[in-house]
Design a protein around this ligand. Structure first.
Ligand code: BMA
Length: 926
């Protein structure tokens, strides 16, 4: 289903149908046209939509994602565009008021109704409700809505050119400049992983609401569920009862003495579990708020994936006038507390060996846990074409990847409710951010007022979702932009800090706290935490900014290093309490490139491919020098560590090169994730790893683990493997030869088991006396911890030929998944070679692949030798993933693997085109 259908249905179900005395005309659908001075025709259009989508549907432009259309379609972003509705039928005359409600306009828009100018809008992230009663009364003929969208790039350039506009020393421009002057998705101007289309249009649903006397229409619903007495920045007391605070934003006129009650029902049976009136009600001209303490039932808790069940309840908020029900709104929600603990390390933590400083980790329902996940960027440059199915596939891949948290990176858009709902169902925590990134922003009154409305609307809208984990002010402002500003312009640095604090602390923090008690707030991602909180101070949170004490840890880390010579040197990785960003870019697969690029351009360094690589962001749109630098980094990474593909067939060579960049990316992420997870048992007590980035916005070289249409890169399979609860990992210091093996677990109880260690040659024979290594070692790992089970130096081992040796590590242990009574057996396989892959004496492993269409199982065998990076590849037209991929296969081992189909456009006829290859094939010339 298309997202606008879902939204319309949700709106209808939860708001409209339930409220009597209101007449609603949905403006969604195709009764619109699009025109522009740059077009000589009028084009059929729809709502919700954006200009590029309507032009594409009308056949006036080719696929915006094709080839270099990002450059060719720049004229669209520079033009003005008008959406005009067909005459609107079915409006009533005998009403008290008529409203035009837009869930979202992107961005600089003049709205008129019946030829009357109604409003100018300048914020993509706000909901707008305009009273058009007068305009309707004066309307001659059937009403028409007209929305004129200005060019966002031109508008911000005009703002920037004004003499009063502020200038900052290090703001990072995208492909169109001056993005910080607009409240529009910042990555619409391009980002280092995405295109610059600067779309415009009515990107979310809209409706006309007509109200009779004494009726209201609900615009937005805030539901806040917290433990009695809970305060955003303190750990909630789990022994306290739940409070449900409900607040409705409305238009119309409330009854003189309204009452409000709250009903909790079972989502499946519909049984009413409790219904309670709110004793205290606060009413303003736009909101009605009440709260109840849930004392007569004990709801089952909602847990993130892997930590328990995702128990959900329906909560209905009912507004009454005396005994008569006026309005009801239902939201599906869950009972949980989620807290970002940034409090000082306690003496008992110190006694446990935790380094001094402050905590920086999440606690769900009072329990600390290891956050495993990645960063979510906008899933498409054009939100109106993002479907529920696409999001469901993506989130299913997140769950399959053993992830429990995504950081919804700032500078995309606040996610739609249907996306949070999918996360609520699956147990994916969404660390959510306000849309500010890598820049300082204006702090004049008009700008701040606009931001305040955006913040209040979105905090209230999203708060009912149990998946909501955190609000953060923006991206890399505290860790990157402020320090750089100091370096470049030390004289004005106090002004930059003051501006930063004014926006993210003095303005946004109180707005968050006033509208939710259940969610923590951090002014920026990444930070060194705070020193103190004083809500009556003008700057209520005093940030630490800098960690000045060696051996102390306070915050989270953000790490990118494009010098791949040190990629596997652990001492180059940051040590902190939580890793919220780290990564490296790679090429997507051939199948994905073929969606967007003509066959003639399928070369590693073709001009089309280089120009689609936005790392590094070109100084001018269309220039390629900066992009070429990013291509060079991928090339060097391959050359440093892997066999260099040299195939005579150009497409085969291109495919192998794309694959090679993915080998490096996967190994680099694996190395860091193992390091960060091991940190859970080190003094830093590291409790989170969110890599950059989950998925792609288009077909291009990026940091993503999942390509634009849902195909997994190697990295997503590999991170899936090392995000399993119990893992065994070798840590090799290649400079000294030291090798240590750790078992790491994020279970909430100890886990016991054994690791077998097998040294083999690459042809698969056992090395004599296991090279002096014990074959079996038992382990016992405490809750969320790590244990070193073996350490040696490679030089002390009896390995005859390092080029022809591999250590296979297999762990097996028994323990309990959190909140589970039944014990589970956890297994994990890993491997280690005493040289990097390019230096190994690879031999043909003799891979054989077969498929049984009865059981739908693929069987892979290595008949001649050990197969490294065994890679099953499936053809275009299918989306899904193999149960296992990118693995090591030992001769004699038969892997039976199923494919989980998420989307099949080939009617099941594709299995015969599945292929298998390994590192050996990378090296082979043909
Ligand atoms: C960080 C992120 C993004 C960026 C990514 C890759 O800076 O916060 O802004 O896309 O790294 O460069």
């Amino acid at each position: 289903m298309h997202y606008q259908d879902i939204l319309t249905q949700t709106v209808l179900a939860s708001n409209l149908a339930a409220s009597l005395g209101q007449h609603v005309v949905d403006l969604s659908g195709n009764k619109w046209t699009l025109s522009s001075p740059v077009l000589n025709s009028i084009v059929p259009a729809s709502l919700p939509s954006q200009v590029h989508l309507d032009l594409y549907r009308a056949g006036l432009i080719s696929d915006p994602y094709h080839g270099l259309n990002e450059l060719n379609l720049r004229w669209i972003a520079e033009a003005t565009w008008t959406y005009t509705s067909d005459p609107i039928l079915g409006l009533l005359g005998d009403v008290e008021s008529t409203w035009l409600v837009f869930e979202g306009l992107d961005t600089f828009a003049n709205v008129s109704f019946c030829r009357n100018h109604i409003a100018f809008t300048d914020n993509q992230f706000r909901q707008y409700a305009f009273d058009v009663s007068q305009a309707l009364r004066e309307c001659k003929g059937t009403p028409i809505i007209r929305i004129d969208f200005a060019s966002a790039p031109k508008t911000v350039n005009a703002i920037a050119a004004d003499h009063s506009a502020e200038r900052w020393p290090v703001n990072i421009d995208a492909l169109f400049p001056n993005r910080w002057f607009m409240r529009k998705e910042q990555s619409d101007f391009g980002w280092d992983w995405g295109p610059a289309f600067s779309p415009a249009g009515p990107w979310k649903p809209a409706r006309i609401v007509q109200l009779r006397s004494g009726n209201i229409h609900i615009l937005n619903t805030k539901l806040d569920i917290y433990r009695k007495g809970q305060i955003n920045y303190l750990p909630p007391d789990q022994a306290k009862p739940w409070v449900v605070n409900a607040s409705l934003d409305y238009i119309g006129v409330l009854p003189r003495h309204p009452r409000l009650s709250v009903e909790i029902t079972d989502t499946e049976s519909g049984e009413v579990l409790t219904r309670q009136p709110s004793n205290d009600i606060t009413v303003t001209r736009t909101t009605i708020t009440g709260a109840v303490v849930v004392s007569d039932i004990t709801p089952e808790l909602w847990w993130p994936s892997g930590l328990g069940n995702q128990n959900l309840y329906n909560i209905t908020i009912i507004v009454h006038n005396g005994a008569k029900e006026t309005t009801r709104v239902t939201k599906r929600t869950g009972f949980r507390t989620i807290f970002l603990n940034q409090r000082n390390i306690t003496s008992s933590q110190l006694a446990r060996g935790i380094a001094p400083g402050a905590n920086w980790h999440f606690e769900v329902n009072g329990k600390e846990f290891y956050a495993k996940g990645s960063n979510l960027i906008p899933v498409d440059a054009f939100w109106p074409r993002v479907t529920t199915e696409k999001m469901a596939r993506l989130f299913d891949a997140v769950i399959a990847g053993h992830q429990n948290m995504l950081r919804v990176w700032s500078s995309g858009a606040y996610l739609h409710d249907f996306i949070y709902e999918l996360a609520d169902e699956r147990g994916i925590l969404l660390w959510s951010e306000f849309q500010f990134s890598d820049a300082l922003y204006p702090v004049n009154e008009v700008f701040l007022d606009n931001v305040a409305k955006e913040v209040v609307y979105n905090v209230r809208r999203v708060n009912y979702h149990p998946s909501l984990a955190l609000w953060a002010g923006g991206n890399e402002i505290e860790s990157l932009i402020l320090p750089l500003s100091k370096l470049v312009d030390p004289d004005n640095f106090p002004r930059y800090v003051a501006e930063y604090e004014k926006l993210y602390i003095s303005l946004i923090l109180p707005l968050v706290y006033e509208n939710t008690r259940s969610i923590s707030y951090s002014p920026s991602s990444t930070t060194e935490g705070y020193l103190s909180i004083n809500l009556s101070a003008p700057v209520p949170m005093e940030e630490r900014y800098k960690n000045r004490e060696a051996g102390h840890y306070y915050g989270d880390t953000d790490y990118y290093n494009y010098n791949t010579a040190v990629a596997f040197n652990y001492s180059s990785y940051p040590v902190g309490r939580f890793a919220n960003e780290f990564g490296f870019h790679s090429m997507p697969s051939l199948q994905t490139w073929q969606q967007a690029v003509d066959p003639a351009d399928l070369h590693f360094n073709s001009s089309v491919i280089i120009r689609r690589n936005h790392h590094y962001l070109p100084q001018n749109l269309g220039s390629w020098l900066d992009s070429a630098r990013g291509m060079g980094e991928m090339t060097l990474a391959v050359e440093n560590y892997y066999p260099i593909p040299e195939k005579s067939d150009p497409v085969a060579n291109f495919t192998a090169w794309c694959h090679a960049t993915q080998l490096f990316q996967a190994d680099f992420y694996k190395s860091q994730i193992q390091f960060y997870r091991r940190g859970s048992g080190m003094p830093e007590r590291q409790l989170g790893s969110l890599y950059w980035q989950l998925e792609d916005i288009w077909q291009a070289p990026t940091w993503a683990g999942i390509e634009y249409d849902g195909r997994w890169k190697l990295m997503h399979y590999v991170t899936r493997d090392v995000y399993q609860p119990v893992i065994v990992s070798p840590f090799w210091d290649y400079a000294t030869g030291d090798l240590e093996v750790y078992v790491t677990s994020d279970l909430w109880e100890p886990v016991k088991g054994t690791v077998t260690l097998r040294w083999m040659t690459l042809s698969g024979s056992h090395i004599d006396d296991n090279a002096g290594t014990p074959t079996t070692i038992s382990f016992n790992v405490d809750a969320i911890n790590t244990t070193s089970i073996y350490s040696t130096n490679i030089r002390d081992l009896r390995i005859l030929d390092a080029k022809d040796s591999i250590l296979i590590l297999s762990a097996s242990g028994r323990g309990h998944l959190p909140n589970s009574e039944e014990p589970t057996t956890f297994t994990h396989e890993n491997y280690f070679t005493p040289l990097f892959p390019k230096d190994l004496t690879l031999a043909d492993p003799g891979l054989a692949l077969s498929y049984d269409d009865q059981t739908e199982v693929f069987t892979v065998e290595a008949k001649l030798g050990i197969s490294l990076y065994t890679w099953l590849d499936y053809p275009a037209g299918i989306v899904g993933y193999f149960e296992e991929n990118a693995f090591v296969l030992v001769p004699g081992q038969r892997k039976q693997i199923k494919f989980i189909t998420q989307l099949d456009c080939e009617d099941g006829e594709w299995q015969k085109n599945v292929t298998v290859r390994s590192l050996w094939d990378q090296k082979v010339r043909d």
